[in-house]
Unconditional design. Structure first.
Length: 384
């Protein structure tokens, strides 16, 4: 049999579990919560009368939730004894009250206040990653939510983050709240802020945060098979080789073939301003990204700097061939206005993807043989 203090301690420990915390605070179907108290054995009733009486007294004094009682007969007693068997809690606030922890109460009150003003899409984040918000001023957390809702890919237009004035932010706002804002943007834009880096995602001046993966597809052009280079350094430092393949996502490296005279840069995402480098003007360049509205938006952005680049596997035929098996929903499509820089057929595909239930075909789900063939055909054409 368990005392109120023992179950309170268990409830306080459960608060530390992110899955339970999210389930109980956000999903009404998780309630009521019923905890078994346990019954004393006949031997306990017979030999530890004082302990049993104290147990019953403690449970009679419980005022949070409902304690369920049951008449139980024991051989050592002349009458049945009313025994507490279960403790039922109906709401998150009763869970917090029953836990009896001032720290749990403080965190619950803070999360409740934040949830009342933040967009519901951010509730799971602040509940699961409460360490991100508990040590910050609540005003910064609330402002982070407001800022995230106002940001769009490329909206910084080359300015540094500290120069962005949004929702009353100061010059140190992004420095203080970088991780929180990034994770909020990930929720709104399907992880792209973390994948590309905050500066790259917003089109802000790169202070050295965004490193690109450079892969030597030839095998003899670079001192290493793979290396990391900061995006802004590529504007002034030419890469070797005759051809360059730009790949939206780093995780597609394993799909690239060995290609003589060719280097690949992976993971640029929306950070494409370095493509205005003079050394790229005469370089045969191909671009391969996801077939979704954001992938086509990045293609259009890359084409602003390199009008003659060749898109790879970013067309309707590829989408129609593989979408039934591998297409997924795009959680947050790009804006409805077709980005300038797309061809007529690409613009039609863009609008089709915006309307489709599964308008996203990710690069890594294309067969390797298809990728190799497309790159091989491009190499043959660029050599003509």
């Amino acid at each position: 049999m368990k005392s109120p203090a023992e179950l309170a301690s268990r409830l306080a420990r459960q608060w530390q579990n992110a899955d339970l915390r999210e389930q109980r605070l956000l999903r009404p179907q998780g309630w009521p919560l019923t905890l078994p108290i346990g019954k004393p054995t006949g031997a306990t009733v017979r030999e530890k009368v004082t302990q049993v009486r104290e147990h019953l007294r403690q449970w009679r004094e419980v005022t949070t939730g409902q304690v369920q009682w049951q008449l139980v007969r024991f051989k050592s007693t002349s009458e049945a004894i009313d025994i507490p068997t279960h403790w039922t809690l109906d709401t998150p606030s009763q869970w917090v009250q029953a836990a009896g922890s001032s720290e749990v109460r403080r965190e619950y009150d803070t999360l409740s206040r934040l949830a009342s003003v933040l967009d519901p899409r951010f509730h799971s984040l602040i509940i699961r990653r409460r360490s991100l918000v508990m040590d910050k001023p609540e005003s910064d957390v609330i402002r982070s939510g407001k800022v995230a809702l106002q940001l769009q890919p490329g909206c910084a237009e080359g300015k540094p983050l500290r120069a962005l004035s949004i929702a009353g932010t100061d010059s140190k706002f992004f420095e203080r709240n970088r991780q929180l804002v990034t994770l909020m943007l990930d929720i709104l834009f399907d992880g792209q802020a973390s994948e590309t880096g905050l500066e790259a995602f917003l089109g802000a001046e790169d202070d050295g945060h965004h490193w690109l993966l450079v892969a030597d597809l030839d095998g003899s052009l670079l001192p290493f098979t793979q290396m990391r280079v900061r995006a802004h350094e590529l504007q002034s430092t030419p890469l070797p080789g005759e051809r360059l393949i730009l790949v939206e996502n780093e995780r597609c490296l394993h799909q690239l073939p060995r290609v003589s005279g060719t280097v690949s840069v992976l993971g640029s995402g929306l950070n494409l301003s370095w493509l205005n480098a003079t050394w790229l003007k005469d370089r045969a360049t191909a671009y391969w990204g996801d077939i979704d509205t954001w992938g086509l938006t990045m293609l259009a952005s890359a084409r602003k700097h390199l009008p003659l680049l060749t898109p790879l596997l970013m067309d309707r035929i590829t989408f129609d061939t593989f979408a039934d098996a591998s297409g997924v929903e795009e959680p947050q499509p790009a804006p409805s206005i077709t980005p300038p820089g797309l061809t007529g057929s690409e613009a039609k595909l863009y609008q089709r993807l915006r309307q489709a239930d599964r308008g996203r075909l990710e690069q890594e789900f294309l067969p390797v043989c298809v990728v190799h063939r497309a790159i091989g055909d491009w190499v043959d054409r660029s050599a003509e």
